[in-house]
Design a protein around this ligand. Structure first.
Ligand SMILES: [Zn+2]
Length: 1001
């Protein structure tokens, strides 16, 4: 992504510049509407429409892919002739989607939005008086006006002694910048780099070509430049090359073995780090680290390279450290719009105490400009006290990498005493040199919040839906394979890589062009189908060993399997099942016909991962016995009372109560009868426009631009009964129709809100706002890699900048008397303050995807009062239960051995992250070993207790290695009690296995 435009130079230095520079910007001509040639800079459009750029002397023209053709007859100035031999370069920098430079009819350079400059060497004949005809053709970006920012001739000495003083002006500027004694230690550590987005303003297929081009170019430069080192990330990209371009991969491997090409990996792709659930964030690192260790064994893999992701969750150090990562590198926090991030080099610590060393690296996409390098080095020195700065020359975003011109510019200055010395080397060498500083480094115990791009959790909701569904299906498939004891299941095969790829930092956030999402759609669907099949096959084989033959086909009573694939606490569950009379262990289950088909049924869910066999008797007409609302068999039945004048209702189930009126939810009470809302629930609409990065950014001033949203008065009672009662409101939001279903189930501690929208708005924001009766002191949310708790009243600009943050599955206010939680069906942008909680539901950005969020959208949320606080009320397991459906399938026959509850963790605050088979075959005659990863979502130590069927073999790191290898994880003792203890907020892994009574398929 682009850097800012060039600053203007001080006038005194410009005087020196005239010896070696010739500004061309005012000399370009373009053809006017009357066909005559005119000065291009004098075009009145820029003065009128981009006065900011015009004032800075830039040549600008309108956006929308418009082409600007410029010509220039270029002659050597008479005063430059007769000097010592020199090299003249045509230096151009543009902001254009495409650029082509032709000289005397021949194309000499092509570029784009990312490859946005050139330093083309003029031929010798120019010095001898032959004029050159330059033609420059530039196409403006679709989303922004185009600009020619820089256009000049620079003369460089061919004699290192520089007899004509061509470098004098730059030398003077460098000296003014440094203002420190010569001979000061320090310098530049150079590593060629090429940031390559796996998809963005181009589809994935184009990325493979860009990668191939970039890598061949980097290898050629390495061969010709004896010191150049090149570093590149992304295991997914290396794996593609290994498979599809073995010859190129072989050349890269040879350069790696020679130490000149450095894999800088970490996760499987440069992933988004705030919209993933903990299991897939962990899997990003597991997959990336496992591949890197196996494929590039001559390198140590202890760093995570994430220069461009849009913020980093507070739990990321724990996840990274568990897979052997010691260094985390990014540049993105330099993009903060309000408060600069205070550290360049620091220790980043998760809540559990695990930490990584963190480097806020040099910018990416830079060249060999000595002044830019020195400015950066001085900033680095001031921030860290260290005088040697990392510099990463190389065109980026769409690949590219270092160029010959860039290396020549670096070489021009490398032995000049006005600049700090340069050294080419690996990132690992650079980090190794910094390690002795680690004890004195500041510690950051918080998320790395990017104060920009706050719309990414809300844009393109379809990508978020696919992601959360595939995350769940893959976890369930892994778990089912372990339950089955399937030894053929290993870490690489399983659809995870398909998911991890789509989590790239411009796909999942919804910030790519439409083609990227169109091409992702069949891949999402295929991966979902594959995971579903794998899960179903394993669950069936586990539940029906030997394929129990069907009994009594067509019988009136059919057996069905119900399974819960998360270790949740025991609770009554009210579910909608296919129509019929349902029973469990010969006991009829309470049931209520559902108008949309099937029956609501309440069943006692056992705790833990569990399976039950239900029986269904197909219903015959007229055979359904009416269900009384006071039926004693129902746990916490729903009651609906009409209040005064028949315009208001009171809905409750003994766990919560809601007052409903003509315009929706007016009040909510929890078990303590304390009111939760200061005002009725609000669905609100605002203008959301005016930001440069359209799909990325919510407009910071959106609250100043409200728009109306209308509800038709009075709900319709859609269904009323002791197991489920539902009311429906309809309304309009601009041109978009709204339908809100509000539903309460028996025995359920939350009130469910289902908003269906035919979304047609552009540049608008739709939100849910909950005005809080009890002012919040703090508010908590489930984020990637753990729970984060934030102060509700911002005490400083940094806290105030977090007015919109991503949450994965819930958020909750915390007041002196408890709090109110909102359960989410997927990652969403949310907000919390003393007075209110809010959830962003839909936006309508138009760049880079013109129809991003439009179409039919369904948003599912729930409100859950939590009298004692989110943890005591069990909000985290409730959010799992709210968003993850149970597994229900007809059984092939009645089974004598029903598993019941098969896996517990021992405490509701212990969250199952993953359970994956190791595929290593039998282990000491027991079931196949599996890797279990659990996170403790509490400030107290907890003990893992799996139940009698399971045996803990050993505590491991998240790659399956001995625990000591994982930095930052407290070492486990040898006693069983220590081995299974999980510290506050800790992420912990074990190798476990089923005991002897494994059921062989
Ligand atoms: Zn990027």
């Amino acid at each position: 992504m682009t850097q800012g435009l060039d600053p203007q130079l001080p006038p005194e230095i410009e005087t020196f510049r005239s010896r070696s520079r010739l500004d061309l910007l005012s000399a370009w001509q373009r053809r006017g509407t009357d066909g005559s040639w005119q000065g291009a800079l004098a075009d009145p459009w820029a003065r009128l429409h981009r006065p900011d750029w015009h004032a800075r002397g830039l040549m600008a023209w309108p956006r929308g892919g418009q082409t600007r053709r410029l010509v220039l007859e270029l002659s050597c100035p008479p005063s430059w002739r007769g000097r010592a031999p020199a090299l003249a370069r045509l230096v151009l920098r543009w902001w254009a989607a495409a650029a082509e430079l032709r000289v005397d009819g021949r194309t000499v350079h092509r570029g784009d939005l990312f490859d946005s400059s050139c330093r083309w060497a003029l031929p010798q004949c120019w010095w001898e008086g032959k004029p050159l005809r330059l033609e420059l053709e530039l196409r403006s970006p679709l989303h922004d006006d185009g600009a020619l920012m820089l256009s000049r001739i620079e003369a460089e000495p061919l004699d290192p002694a520089d007899p004509d003083g061509l470098l004098a002006a730059t030398r003077l500027e460098l000296e003014q910048l440094r203002q420190s004694p010569p001979g000061e230690p320090g310098g530049f550590h150079l590593l060629g780099h090429a940031h390559l987005d796996l998809a963005w303003l181009w589809p994935v297929a184009d990325t493979w070509q860009a990668a191939e081009r970039t890598f061949r170019s980097a290898l050629d430069l390495i061969e010709h430049h004896s010191e150049l080192h090149f570093g590149h990330s992304t295991p997914a990209l290396y794996a593609w090359l290994e498979r599809h371009r073995p010859e190129l991969f072989g050349r890269i491997r040879a350069a790696m073995r020679a130490g000149r090409w450095e894999p800088i990996n970490g996760p499987w792709v440069e992933t988004d780090c705030v919209l993933l659930d903990t299991a897939s964030l962990l899997r990003q690192f597991q997959e990336g680290q496992t591949y890197s260790r196996r494929t590039f064994p001559e390198w140590e893999h202890q760093l995570a390279w994430l220069p461009d992701s849009f913020g980093f969750a507070a739990g990321l150090p724990a996840v990274a450290a568990a897979t052997g990562v010691r260094w985390f590198c990014t540049h993105k926090l330099a993009w903060n719009a309000t408060t600069p991030f205070p550290h360049r080099l620091f220790r980043w610590r998760s809540r559990c105490g695990a930490e990584v060393l963190a480097l806020m690296s040099a910018p990416i996409g830079t060249d060999g400009d000595p002044l830019a390098m020195e400015r950066y080095r001085l900033e680095w020195l001031a921030a860290t006290g260290d005088a040697e700065a990392l510099w990463l020359p190389g065109v980026g975003d769409h690949g590219g990498g270092p160029t010959r011109e860039m290396l020549e510019q670096l070489d021009l200055w490398r032995d000049n005493d006005a600049t700090a010395p340069q050294r080419h080397g690996s990132l690992r060498d650079y980090l190794r040199r910094l390690e002795p500083l680690s004890a004195q480094l500041p510690v950051w115990r918080d998320e790395l919040y990017l104060e920009l791009h706050r719309g990414c959790a809300t844009s393109r909701p379809d990508q978020k839906r696919h992601n959360r569904t595939l995350e769940r299906l893959l976890r369930e498939a892994d778990l089912a394979s372990v339950l089955l004891g399937d030894p053929g299941h290993c870490l690489e095969t399983s659809g995870w890589r398909d998911l991890l790829f789509q989590q790239f930092h411009d796909i999942l956030p919804g910030t790519s062009i439409p083609e990227v999402f169109e091409q992702a759609e069949p891949q999402w669907r295929a991966a979902r189908r594959g995971a579903c099949r794998r899960r179903d096959r394993a669950l069936r084989a586990w539940l029906e060993p030997g394929g129990t033959p069907a009994q009594g086909t067509g019988a009136e009573v059919e057996p069905w399997w119900w399974a819960q694939l998360q270790p949740l606490p025991a609770a009554p569950l009210t579910l909608r099942l296919p129509a019929g009379h349902w029973s469990l262990r010969e006991q009829a289950l309470p049931s209520q016909p559902a108008p949309s088909g099937g029956h609501w049924v309440q069943l006692p869910s056992p705790g833990g991962v569990a399976a039950l066999q239900l029986r269904r008797q197909r219903q015959r007409p007229g055979a359904a016995p009416p269900l009384a609302s006071h039926d004693p068999s129902i746990v916490n039945p729903v009651r609906l009372e009409t209040l005064a004048a028949g315009e208001r209702w009171r809905l409750g189930n003994g766990l919560l109560w809601a007052q409903l009126g003509p315009l929706g939810l007016e009040q909510l009470w929890g078990g303590d009868h304390s009111p939760q809302l200061a005002e009725p629930l609000q669905w609100r609409r605002w203008i959301d426009r005016g930001e440069f990065w359209d799909a990325w950014d919510l407009a910071a001033d959106y609250r100043q631009h409200p728009l109306p949203l209308h509800w038709q008065p009075g709900p319709v009672l859609a269904e009323v009964g002791p197991l489920c009662t539902r009311l429906v409101w309809r309304g309009r939001c601009g041109a978009s129709a709204l339908r809100l279903d509000l539903q309460l189930r028996a025995g359920c501690p939350w009130l469910e809100l289902n908003l269906r929208v035919d979304w047609r708005q552009r540049h608008e924001l739709l939100r849910l706002e909950l005005p809080l009766q009890h002012p919040a002191v703090r508010w908590a949310a489930d984020t990637s890699a753990g729970v984060i708790e934030r102060i509700a009243a911002a005490a400083n600009p940094r806290e105030a900048s977090r007015w919109e943050v991503p949450a994965i599955s819930w958020l909750a206010s915390q007041s002196s008397t408890g709090g109110l939680a909102v359960l989410l069906d997927g990652p969403q942008g949310v907000s919390g303050s003393t007075a209110a909680l809010g959830v962003s539901l839909l936006r309508g950005p138009t760049w880079p995807d013109p129809g991003a969020d439009n179409g039919a959208q369904r948003l599912r949320l729930a409100l859950m009062p939590c009298a004692q606080g989110w943890r005591q009320a069990g909000v985290a397991p409730a959010a799992v239960r709210f968003r993850e459906p149970c597994w229900l399938r007809p059984a092939k026959g009645s089974s004598a051995s029903v598993p019941g509850s098969v896996l517990q963790l021992g405490h509701p605050d212990l969250r199952l992250i993953s359970l994956v088979g190791e595929g290593q075959g039998e282990c000491n005659g027991r079931g196949s070993p599996a890797r279990l990863t659990v996170q403790n979502l509490s400030p107290c130590r907890q003990q893992l207790e799996l139940g009698g069927e399971w045996e803990v073999l050993e505590r491991i790191d998240a790659l399956g290695g001995p625990l000591a290898a994982a930095a930052g994880v407290a070492s486990a003792g040898t006693h069983a009690v220590d081995r299974t203890r999980v510290g506050p907020w800790q992420l912990a892994s074990w190798r476990i296995s089923r005991r002897g009574r494994r059921r062989d398929p």
